[in-house]
Design a protein around this ligand. Structure first.
Ligand code: SAM
Length: 224
């Protein structure tokens, strides 16, 4: 399956870490969720350079839904749980040592002076006005910002924040407000052990949600 023009553009501009397969599934799953008229906001936890967020915001606003992206817009917080695997901890060590490379040889996004301003400029370049209402980019730790900036109702959440603690926090926080038929998509389930453990634990504890495997697995709310 070939990429959409929007997805091709964000890859050409080196704005996303998602592979073509993940981008296709992200766009396709969101399209289907909105086509079924599932009510609520479209969210992303883990925006980084804004690539996948641009795709989500375009579809969301075109269908009359609000988009909000949450991130520290700075260096990624460390993996702090004993449930994070060695690969996660090594990846963070490389980043913290200032040795991480960016996409296609660019400088790593976490080392930029003002990533938040860069992402707003990226949204504007892609025809998306970050007005704080229909499109919001919320800066800070999820754990700090969600209680006041969080959504009342959620149709779709892209959870792309790598480690055990933030993935667990996002799953539990969003699940409380997820509409029936709504979806949470896990970008890192097949990449980082902490994300997989947090997801498996959530599914085991929450029978009203169905796990659908894939490159970026989905948790769908099936029972109210
Ligand atoms: C892999 S990147 C997101 C990639 C992006 N979605 C893309 O299209 O390439 C993960 C992001 O999650 C953010 N993040 C991780 N834990 C966080 C937390 N607890 N609060 C806020 N942001 C967090 C990091 O700062 C980083 O920007």
């Amino acid at each position: 399956m070939s990429l959409s023009a929007d997805a091709r553009r964000i890859r050409d501009e080196r704005l996303t870490y998602l592979t073509p397969d993940k981008l296709n599934r992200l766009e396709g799953t969101l399209r289907e969720t909105l086509r079924l008229d599932v009510p609520g906001d479209v969210l992303e936890f883990g925006v980084a350079l804004g690539g996948s967020a641009v795709l989500l915001a375009k579809q969301a606003t075109a269908a009359g839904h609000r988009f909000a992206g949450f991130d520290v817009f700075a260096m990624i917080p460390p993996p702090t749980s004993e449930k994070d695997d060695a690969k996660s901890k090594q990846r963070y060590e490389t980043i913290a040592a200032g040795e991480s490379k960016g996409i296609g040889g660019d400088s790593y996004y976490g080392y930029r002076d003002d990533l938040y301003a860069d992402v707003i400029a990226t949204f504007e370049r892609h025809g998306l006005a970050v007005d704080g209402q229909q499109i919001a980019l919320v800066k800070g730790l999820f754990e700090d910002t969600w209680p006041t900036a969080g959504s009342k109702s959620v149709a779709f959440a892209h959870i792309d924040c790598d480690w055990y603690d933030p993935v667990k926090f996002c799953l539990e926080s969003v699940a409380e407000r997820l509409s029936t038929g709504g979806v949470m998509m896990l970008d890192d389930y097949n990449d980082y052990g902490g994300c997989k453990t947090a997801t498996d634990e959530f599914i085991a504890a929450n029978p009203g949600f169905r796990f659908e495997p894939g490159v970026n697995p989905i948790i769908r709310k099936v029972v109210n």
